[in-house]
Structures are given as structure tokens and as C-alpha cells.
Ligand binder design. Structure first.
Ligand code: C2O
Length: 550
């Protein structure tokens, strides 16, 4: 195993997009930021220097961070931010996972431009991959672009308690593509050789939208999601929620020519759903042998609200059965039923432009809207036993059982108390190595929406998913305990539920949150506090000397 070292200088970068020069925050002057490549078992060391005007922290999305919780990155969860002018070195082992992950800023909306791919290859070389080696591989980082400064967009949403402004474009590898104004030169191009196989390492780094992705005239074979191998799955469309990754093989087997790749949002909401960016980003797949300049063929994209297509993709994929890969734990130690969604809460004094009568959006889990601490990170508080930073009383069940997904029922005034959430920093404490099962139930308190829920520190098995209210008896027969997909981010069906299971084998504090940046600051989150194990090998070591404090 090797030590792989990188230096990230986070600072201002001027780029031209959508007819304007904009100053963005970026790593090493690149958008997307640098691709990191390691072999499984390597140690990754990244020296981050913050030369930007904003607080910074970098999260290594999907990395287990076994016994290295100090390097996980979410602001005020595992660290205080790296202040402008300061540095922090993230150091961790990359063990027990292979495939495509990514890294991104975990503070404000800065992930919009501070992100990049993190590729983990099998140790022992490509022959260890459970699928034939592609001729060539390429990251396809799907993103979202704002003409406005994204920190201003985030601040404005918080101060008003309302939805943030929608983005002005989607992007492929930082390029909006030629369907947008002034963007012909900002169109990502993938050159292919007829007959060869390409591996697309697709990452959804968009802030607030699940996406459909297609390439005209071509099909995909999905071989991994969230850096977990899948049984090869053939499809002509990839559906990907913010935070998720999809490794898809694509054979260049169409008539030599030019073909558009395209991504556009999948969003299915109730009648009061939020406004969203309805544009489409394009890139071009160009055969090297193609002659002439006929316009590229455009794929037929699913409609924005094509829940059937999204649900098919999200549920048909199964995990790969192979010796050495994790299998579903069959005994559950902690059973939780967690409702989540957006509700309303009284405006905070700091929300200066919030309508005091209407209140502010408040995301919640089990009626608790997560409040981030301000003086000490949760992990530091856990490690040092600092009291008053959080309480370990996150409820295992919602405050009341009601019809979670029926909008008509939920306008009943008797349910008004449920529309107002309690704010608090409540963690769920679990024993080392406990197997946790969670039913994640979307509520329709204001309206149903797609929420991609991401768990730090662990992969989980997605045992079952469905629409409407979870019914244990009816759902029991649908649990896949044999070869479920393994993920770090689950796109819980709109107005529905998902059942996940994981083993809490890593001491530290691990946040579970909605990966829509619009919802995280409103508190759609909770966190697990996992105790140390019995031995030195299962005990979190002390923080590194340059660990940022508040
Ligand atoms: Cu990819 Cu907590 O984030």
C-alpha cells in the first residue's frame, strides 16, 4: 500500500460561463477540481490550504474513514471550519471499498464548485475488477451552475427561511453545453473509437436535483453504484441523486458520428413543490472516424416527473454476489422508524428577512430539526466529553403515527403541531458494532419531495423501497436479504419509504442528512454517535495536531 499525497489550494478562480465572467471558489484553479486516484489499501493525505474568503471543509463522500473520523469533513460535525488563511491536512486509509467516490466542500453551498472525483482501484491491479477492462475511462461529473455567488444564494435562503434561487444551468465536467447561451465552446466532448468500451464514472455533484442521464444511440451496463459492485445491469438511462455515483460501461457500437449526452432533472413533487431549474445540459460523444458535420443526435429524455423510470432504475439494481464482499447482517440490534421531510418552524432571530407569520422552512427527522453547533464540533464534544453541545436523545420513532404521505389528511388542523418541528442537536447513540435498521419514511407535511439521504462513515444495504406509508406486514415479503444494493446515499421514493441496514463498526460522530443543499441548512439531518470498541484497534485515536478549532 502506498501513501498518496495531494495539495489542495482553495481559492478564487475566474471562469466564463453563460456569457459572463464569474469569480468562483475552486481547488487548484480547476473546475471540477483534481481527480484523486488511489488503490484500495492506500493512505490518502491531502493538505488543504484555504486561500478563499470563505470558511472551508472538505468531505470525502462515501469514504468509511475507519478510525479517522477527524478527517470526515462536515462543518461543525467532525471539525470546525478551516478559516480563510488556514490549513488542515486530511489523512486517512482507503480500505474495504473500490470504485468511484468523490470529494466536496461541506460548508454553505460551496460544493457547487469545490468538488472532484475520487477513484479507488482494486489493489493487485485491474484483473481484480469483476468486469472486463474498458478501453478507456472518464469521470462524468454532473453539476449545477449559478450566475449568482452560491454563498449569497445559501445565505439568502437562510435569512428568508424560503427556497433558495434555482440554478441557471446544469453542467457536465464543469461545462454547461451548447443548449445554453454563449456555451458552444463550453461543451464537454468525449472522443471514442468505434468498437471500444468506455467506463463512465458518473457523479452527481448537483446541489438540489436528481438527474436523468443518457447518451443518444448508446446503452449502458451499470457495474457499480456508490463504489459498491452491482450485478451488471443494462439500461439506456441512468438516474442519479446528488451524492450518488454510477459506474457505467458504454460500448461505442453506434454508426460513427456525433451523439449528445444529456442530463436533466428528475423531480416529482406534490402540488406545493418548489421551483426548480428545468434546463438540460449536453456534452458530445464523437467517433474519431466520423466524417461530416451533421448535428449530433439528441437522446429522448424522460419527463421531469417520470417517477416510474426513476423507480425502476433505483430498485432493479442488485448488489454483486462475490466472495469477500459484505453480506447483509441478519440480526438487528437497533430498530428505528425515522420520518423526514420539510415542515415549518418559527423564524430564528438571525433569520432577519423571515416572514414571522409564515415561519421558516424546517427540515426534520422524527420531528426534530437538526441544529448545527456553533462553538465545538460534535466529534470533538464526543471525544473530549464536552457537555452542552448535543444531547443523545434522538427519538427512535416519530412523535405520532399518522398518515405520512396523504396531503389531504395532513391539512387537518389537528395535525398542525406536527407541522412545527422542535429544533435541537439530538444524536442517536449506538453501541460499537451494533446493526442498525432504519425505515426512512418521507412525510407530506408541506408536500412530498425527492430526498436523497446520505449517511457518513458507513455503507448500508437498501433492503426495500416503496410508495405511500410503510406497512411492516406488507413490506416484509419484499426485503432483499440476499443481494441488495449497497449505497451511501439512497434516493427515498417521493412520498414513500426505504429500509436500510448497516453495522456501526466505526467510532465517531456520523451525520445522516438530505444531500440537497437546500435542505441541509434547514435541519434535515440527524447524527449517530458510535462509541469506541473494546480494543485499541477499535478506539478512535486523538485528533491530529492541526485539527481546526472554532
Ligand atoms: Cu456528500 Cu454530508 O455529504
Amino acid at each position: 500500500a502506498a501513501i498518496v499525497e495531494h495539495t489542495f489550494n482553495v481559492g478564487n478562480l475566474t471562469v466564463s460561463r453563460l456569457c459572463e465572467d464569474r469569480v468562483i471558489t475552486a481547488v487548484n484553479g480547476q473546475l471540477p477540481g483534481p481527480t484523486i486516484e488511489v488503490n484500495e489499501g492506500d493512505t490518502l493525505v491531502v493538505h488543504v490550504t484555504n486561500e478563499s474568503p470563505y470558511n472551508m471543509s472538505i468531505h470525502w463522500h462515501g469514504i468509511f474513514q475507519m478510525l479517522s473520523a477527524w478527517a470526515d469533513g462536515p462543518n461543525m460535525v467532525t471539525q470546525c471550519p478551516i478559516r480563510p488563511g488556514n490549513s488542515y491536512t486530511y489523512k486517512f486509509n482507503v480500505t474495504g471499498q473500490e470504485g468511484t467516490l468523490w470529494w466536496h466542500a461541506h460548508v454553505s453551498f460551496l460544493r457547487a464548485t469545490v468538488h472532484g472525483a475520487l477513484i479507488i482501484r482494486p489493489r493487485g491491479g485491474p484483473k481484480r475488477c469483476p468486469f472486463p477492462q474498458p478501453h478507456h475511462e472518464v469521470p462524468i461529473v454532473l453539476g449545477e451552475w449559478w450566475k449568482a455567488n452560491v454563498v449569497d444564494v445559501a445565505d439568502e435562503a437562510f435569512l428568508t427561511g424560503g427556497n433558495p434561487n434555482i440554478s441557471d444551468a446544469f453542467t457536465i465536467n464543469g461545462q454547461p453545453g451548447d443548449s445554453y447561451e454563449c456555451s458552444e465552446k463550453h461543451t464537454y466532448m468525449l472522443k471514442v473509437v468505434a468498437g471500444k468500451t468506455y467506463m463512465l464514472r458518473i457523479i452527481n455533484s448537483a446541489l438540489n436535483n436528481q438527474l436523468f442521464f443518457k447518451v443518444a444511440g448508446h446503452n449502458f451496463t451499470v457495474v457499480a453504484v456508490d463504489a459498491s459492485y452491482t450485478k451488471p445491469y443494462k439500461t439506456d438511462v441512468v438516474v442519479i441523486a446528488p451524492g450518488q455515483t454510477v459506474d457505467a460501461l458504454m460500448v461505442a457500437d453506434a454508426a460513427p458520428g456525433r451523439y449528445y449526452m444529456a442530463a436533466r432533472p428528475y423531480i416529482s413533487t406534490g402540488p406545493q413543490g418548489p421551483p426548480f431549474d428545468t434546463t438540460t445540459t449536453t456534452g458530445i460523444v464523437k467517433y474519431k472516424s466520423a466524417h461530416g458535420s451533421s448535428p449530433p443526435a439528441m437522446p429522448t429524455m424522460p419527463l421531469f416527473n417520470d417517477t416510474a423510470t426513476a423507480h425502476r432504475f433505483f430498485t432493479e439494481i442488485t448488489g454483486l454476489l462475490k466472495p469477500g464482499l459484505p453480506t447483509v447482517p441478519l440480526v438487528v440490534d437497533e430498530q428505528m422508524f425515522v420520518t423526514f421531510g420539510l415542515g415549518l418552524a418559527p423564524c430564528e432571530p438571525s433569520q432577519v428577512r423571515c416572514n414571522r407569520t409564515a415561519g421558516s422552512f424546517a427540515g426534520s427527522m422524527n420531528n426534530v430539526s437538526f441544529r448545527f453547533p456553533t462553538t465545538t464540533s460534535l466529534l470533538e464534544a464526543q471525544y473530549k466529553g464536552v457537555s452542552g453541545v448535543y444531547t443523545a436523545d434522538f427519538p427512535n420513532n416519530p412523535a405520532a403515527l399518522f398518515d405520512f404521505t396523504n396531503l389531504t389528511v395532513n391539512t387537518d388542523p389537528s395535525l398542525q403541531p406536527l407541522r412545527s418541528t422542535v429544533k435541537g442537536t439530538k444524536l442517536k447513540k449506538v453501541k460499537y458494532n451494533a446493526t442498525v435498521e432504519m425505515v426512512l419514511q418521507n412525510t407530506a407535511i408541506l408536500g412530498t419531495e425527492n430526498h436523497p439521504l446520505h449517511l457518513h462513515g458507513f455503507n448500508f444495504f437498501v433492503l426495500a423501497q416503496g410508495f405511500g406509508n410503510f406497512n411492516a406486514t406488507a413490506a416484509a415479503s419484499s426485503y432483499n436479504l440476499v443481494d441488495p444494493q449497497v449505497r451511501n446515499t439512497v434516493a427515498v421514493p417521493v412520498g414513500g419509504w426505504a429500509v436500510i441496514r448497516f453495522v456501526a463498526n466505526n467510532p465517531g460522530v456520523w451525520i445522516l442528512h438530505c444531500h440537497l443543499d437546500a435542505h441541509l441548512p434547514f435541519g434535515l439531518a440527524t447524527a449517530f454517535e458510535v462509541a469506541n470498541g473494546p480494543t485499541a484497534e477499535s478506539t478512535l485515536p486523538p485528533p491530529p495536531p492541526d485539527y481546526p478549532t472554532c
